[in-house]
Design a protein around this ligand. Structure first.
Ligand SMILES: [Zn+2]
Length: 235
């Protein structure tokens, strides 16, 4: 089910509300897809795109928030099945997709120590065509600004969609259990840096907060994020 956030922005859940992609609609009917979910999610994504009247060939851009397999797992499938011209990721994670590898883990805490003894997660490799930089504006659906929020991974990005006044936090902040949380430390490259870089959200103008993990907060997104940050001693 595609969930409408604004006229040109939809949330596409690929595993309940737990893993989300986003579709930005351009005036020429092309689509920019943000994140691709776990391997095998392409069927679900293509079905949900059909529900909003879009064909796989409409997907011209893929923007990836970071190189974890629950965000890039189905990227190679989507690249093959759609006519994707540009595959974008921040320059500091962009070396990973061609290897099919995920970034290192912060093992300074218990969850990281546990994650480290589990088998490394991988995904079908693919190439990045556009290496993104902090503050760069992607020319889609009225402008999508790259906000570099390192720490979850070195090249983790959040995205600010101007027209709908929406921030997509990526994995900087989760909203899975009816409340905001940080990502588990075991999934981060640098847990402390991941929290500190989220402080950037206080300076951005938005009203809707969208998450790659969990449902959106409409209208009150900025104030809820500010409350969360100040509760955590940031902001
Ligand atoms: Zn992640």
């Amino acid at each position: 089910m595609a969930i409408r956030i604004a006229d040109n922005l939809y949330r596409l859940p690929t595993l309940g509300p737990f893993i989300n992609s986003y579709a930005l609609l351009n005036t020429d009917s092309s689509i920019t897809l943000v994140d691709c979910g776990l391997a095998g999610s392409s069927k679900r994504l293509i079905k949900d795109l059909a529900r909003i009247g879009k064909h796989p060939s409409d997907v011209v851009n893929i923007v990836l928030t970071h190189a974890h397999d629950d965000h890039v797992g189905a990227a190679s499938q989507m690249i093959k099945e759609c006519e994707v011209q540009n595959v974008m990721m921040h320059e500091e994670d962009s070396h990973l997709p061609p290897t099919g590898k995920t970034p290192p883990i912060d093992d300074s805490r218990l969850s990281g120590k546990i994650m480290k003894i589990l088998p490394e997660r991988s995904y079908e490799p693919f190439s990045i065509t556009n290496k993104l930089k902090d503050n760069e504006i992607i020319d889609t659906a009225g402008g999508l600004q790259v906000i570099h929020t390192p720490g979850h991974t070195a090249g983790h990005i959040s995205l600010l969609h101007f027209e709908s006044e929406t921030l997509i936090t990526g994995d900087s902040i989760f909203n899975m259990t009816s409340r905001m949380t940080w990502a588990l430390s075991g999934f981060c490259v640098n847990y402390k840096q991941s929290q500190e870089s989220a402080e950037k959200f206080s300076d951005l103008d938005f009203k809707n907060a969208c998450f790659t993990h969990g449902p959106e907060i409409k209208n009150l997104g900025k104030s809820k994020i500010r409350q969360f940050l100040s509760k955590k001693g940031l902001n």
